[in-house]
Every structure is written in structure tokens, then in C-alpha cells.
Design a binder for this molecule. Structure first.
Ligand SMILES: NC(=O)c1ccc[n+]([C@@H]2O[C@H](COP(=O)([O-])OP(=O)(O)OC[C@H]3O[C@@H](n4cnc5c(N)ncnc54)[C@H](O)[C@@H]3O)[C@@H](O)[C@H]2O)c1
Ligand SMILES: [Zn+2]
Length: 395
């Protein structure tokens, strides 16, 4: 991660009755994702979307937009807040913006939506130089990436994530796809973007629960990979949630960097990449058992991280002090951490055995050996899982 240059913006400031254009600087942090010929940059800077077109031109080493079509996939709310800035900046840089506004929601992460996008691209006679730009949360990013990977065997793809979850997780790593029938992400590909532009100021319009959902993934990165980072996040967890923390850009960038480092070592999830699923086994079970309506993803992951810590304790792998640190941090941010008494342990356990992380019937867990260090692939006997979940009832 290079704490690189700063950039200037010109907010209007009221001073003694006069309106002055005072330059204000925002830190910019760049993270390089090293994947040989598929390497790319992630740039984190407040208000970067106002210069989106210029950033793309500079970063892709183009003289200008050259009239290329820039298809912007976006939800109505995000379009309302940020669309105009984005289209103006694309035009200014010489691109031809093509907004494609898609209804928000996980239930639209489907082949039908992909088909609708293909049709628009086809009707506009879009050629292979077209850029696909995903502006939004993980749903937009996943479906836009899937279209980019498949339309005309691959178009250049740029991610502009606007939820905290998308900024620290889904926009990095190259997994793209859609849901099919009852299977989440059943149809998809590994397809890396050319560039990820992260504007933390877009989080101001994001509802509190959505922000907290992303924060769970940030806490996860610290827990599995970097104790120092964990402590920094813990020190300012409320400020991060309220977006008042000066550590916000760093927390986003370090999260991306950790994901990028893990993905660079294991792009197709044959081993290490599984540590990113810490907390996700029980988390996914809770989401599924409650029909995806009760928990935001990060809330379910918070509960799941505590389950995994307790399972690790039962096995003598996770020190109890690590569990209590995790519980403290999550409690400060007001995450749910106990197991709701309306959920049956039997149901959770049977879902865990069906989970794709179970190989040949044995449930496998990512466990913490220490704060900042996780190992994947622990086969856990069912009685241990039950004992840990039973303990979690009391939280
Ligand atoms: N590809 C991956 O590696 C990966 C990783 C994790 C999650 N995911 C996927 O990500 C999806 C979840 O993403 P999500 O949590 O970002 O939810 P989401 O994409 O559904 O977005 C949540 C809501 O917030 C709105 N929104 C987005 N940005 C906003 C802003 N700045 N201000 C106001 N509203 C805004 C959206 O329109 C939407 O209504 C799931 O489909 C999940 O499978 C993918
Ligand atoms: Zn997750």
C-alpha cells in the first residue's frame, strides 16, 4: 500500500460573509493487486467520483476517452446521488456515458438482469472497446462483472463500489456472478477489473446498518490477518461506523490490501483464500435460515465469527482472550453476537453439512490460532459445533 499523493478539491467555504474557494486535501491511498497480467490498482480517495473519467484515462494509460462507450450500471438511488457527477466527468474525459439503471436488490442478481444488460449493449451496437463501470454495492458489482466477463468474450471492467461491503470486499478479488434458482452465486466467473475506484464520501448516504454490515468484514480482516490493524480498527470502531474517523481511508485500503494479498496467493480458492470465509459458515446458515430478511450479511458474519471463536476454544486452538477481544469489539459496534433462541441448533448444524465448505460430509471451519492469524480447513466434529453454539446461546 503506498500512501501516495494527495489531491485537491474546491469546496465552497463561508468566511466572514464571503464565499471562498478554499482548497482542501484528501489523502489518497493506492493498493496494487498483483495478479501477473491481470494486475490492477485500487485507489481510495474521498470525492474521487467527481474525477472518475480523468482517473480512468490516467490509470489505463489512455490519451483520452476516445469516444469509447462507458456503460454505467447503477441503482436508482445511487444514480440520484452520484449519477450526474459521474456522467459529467466521463463526458469531460471524452467517454460516451451510457447509464443503465437497474432496480436494487439481491433478487435481481439474476440471468434475467444480465440478459437485460446484454440487450441494451446489443441495441446500442456497443463494440469491444466498451467499458463496463459498476457503480454501487456488491449486487451491481457482481452482475456487472458477470456481464463484462461474458459479453463479446470480455469487456474492460471498472468497479466503483459505493457500499462499505463492496469497498472492502466484493469489488476486490475478481469473483463475479449471478444467483440461479435457490443457489447464491451459482453461475459466475473469475474476472478481474482493470481498476477499482473507491470514494469513501459516498458512504454518507448509506444507511447505518449497511455501513455496519461492511464494518464486520473490516473487523474480520484484522482478526484473520493483522493484529495491529485489528487494534487500530478496535480503537476507533465507533468513528468508523459514523464515518468521522480519520482512519477510514486507511481501514478501507488495508482491508482491500489484505484481501488482495490473500487472493494473489490463491486466486481460485484452493487453500489460503478460504480464510476470508472466517465467520461465514455459521453466518451463511443464519442468513439462509432467516430467509435473508433478518440479518444484514455483516450482522450474520458477526454472530458467525463468535461461533467460530467458540468452536476454536472448544478445540483448544483459539485462546479465550481472543474470543473476548472479538466479542468486545463487536459489542462496541452493537453487533448481535448471541444466537437467537428462535433458531434451532439442529437446523444450523444440518445447513452447515450442506455448505459448500463441507467436503465429504465433514464440516470444515476457519479458526483463529491467535488474534491476526487464521488457518482454514479444520474438520470439526458435530458435538463440538453443538457445544459451542449452545454456549453462544448465553451471550
Ligand atoms: N464478489 C465477491 O467477492 C463478493 C463478496 C462479498 C459479497 N458479495 C455479494 O455482494 C452482495 C451484497 O452487496 P451489498 O451489501 O453491497 O448490497 P447491495 O449491493 O444490495 O446494496 C445495498 C443497497 O444499498 C444501496 N446503495 C449502494 N450504495 C449506496 C450509497 N452510497 N448510498 C445509498 N444507498 C446505496 C443499493 O442500491 C442497495 O439498495 C451480495 O450479492 C453478495 O453475494 C460478493
Ligand atoms: Zn462476507
Amino acid at each position: 500500500m503506498t500512501a501516495a499523493n494527495t489531491t485537491e478539491t474546491n469546496p465552497s467555504v463561508e468566511l466572514a460573509g464571503a464565499s471562498l474557494d478554499v482548497p482542501e486535501t484528501y489523502p489518497e491511498i493506492e493498493v496494487r493487486v498483483e495478479l501477473e497480467t491481470r494486475s490492477y490498482d485500487i485507489i481510495v480517495r474521498r470525492h474521487i467520483i467527481r474525477n472518475l473519467g480523468a482517473e480512468i484515462v490516467n490509470n489505463l494509460g489512455l490519451p483520452d476517452g476516445q469516444g469509447r462507450t462507458a456503460a454505467v450500471l447503477i441503482n436508482p438511488k445511487v444514480d440520484h446521488y452520484y449519477g450526474q457527477d459521474i456522467y459529467n466527468s466521463l463526458k469531460d474525459a471524452g467517454f460516451t456515458p451510457l447509464p443503465i439503471v437497474l432496480v436494487a436488490g439481491e433478487c435481481y442478481k439474476t440471468l434475467q438482469t444480465a440478459r437485460r444488460i446484454y440487450r441494451t449493449l446489443y441495441e446500442k451496437s456497443v463494440d469491444r472497446r466498451t467499458l463496463i463501470i459498476a457503480v454501487g454495492g456488491g449486487v451491481i458489482g457482481d452482475v456487472a462483472g458477470f456481464v463484462a466477463a461474458t459479453y463479446q468474450r470480455g469487456l474492460d471492467f471498472i468497479q466503483v463500489p459505493t457500499t462499505l461491503l463492496a469497498q472492502v470486499d466484493s469489488s476486490v478479488g475478481g469473483k463475479v456472478g449471478v444467483n440461479f434458482e435457490h443457489g447464491k452465486n451459482l453461475i459466475g466467473a473469475f474476472y478481474q477489473p482493470k481498476l477499482v475506484l473507491i470514494d469513501p464520501s459516498t458512504l454518507n448516504s448509506l444507511p447505518h446498518r449497511e455501513r455496519r454490515s461492511g464494518l464486520a468484514e473490516i473487523i474480520k480482516y484484522g482478526a484473520i490477518y493483522d493484529e495491529g490493524f485489528y487494534k487500530n480498527v478496535d480503537n476507533d470502531v465507533i468513528g468508523l461506523l459514523r464515518l468521522t474517523s480519520t482512519y477510514l481511508e486507511s481501514a478501507i485500503a488495508r482491508s482491500c490490501q489484505i484481501k488482495a494479498e490473500v487472493v494473489a496467493q490463491d486466486e481460485r480458492e484452493n487453500g489460503l483464500r478460504a480464510i476470508l470465509n472466517f465467520g461465514h459458515s455459521v453466518g451463511h446458515a443464519l442468513e439462509s435460515l432467516t430467509g435473508y430478511h433478518v440479518y444484514r450479511h455483516g450482522e450474520a458474519i458477526a454472530v458467525g465469527m463468535v461461533s467460530a471463536a467458540l468452536i476454536g476454544e472448544e478445540l483448544g486452538i483459539t485462546p479465550p482472550s481472543v474470543t473476548s477481544t472479538l466479542v468486545d469489539t463487536l459489542t462496541k459496534a452493537r453487533f448481535p453476537i448471541g444466537l437467537d433462541e428462535r433458531l434451532y441448533i439442529n437446523d444450523i448444524v444440518s445447513l452447515l453439512s450442506l455448505d459448500k465448505k463441507a467436503i465429504a460430509g465433514n464440516v470444515r471451519f476457519v479458526l483463529l490460532n491467535a488474534l491476526g492469524h487464521a488457518t482454514p480447513g479444520h474438520e470439526v466434529p458435530e458435538e463440538i459445533v453443538r457445544a459451542a453454539l449452545q454456549r453462544q446461546r448465553g451471550f
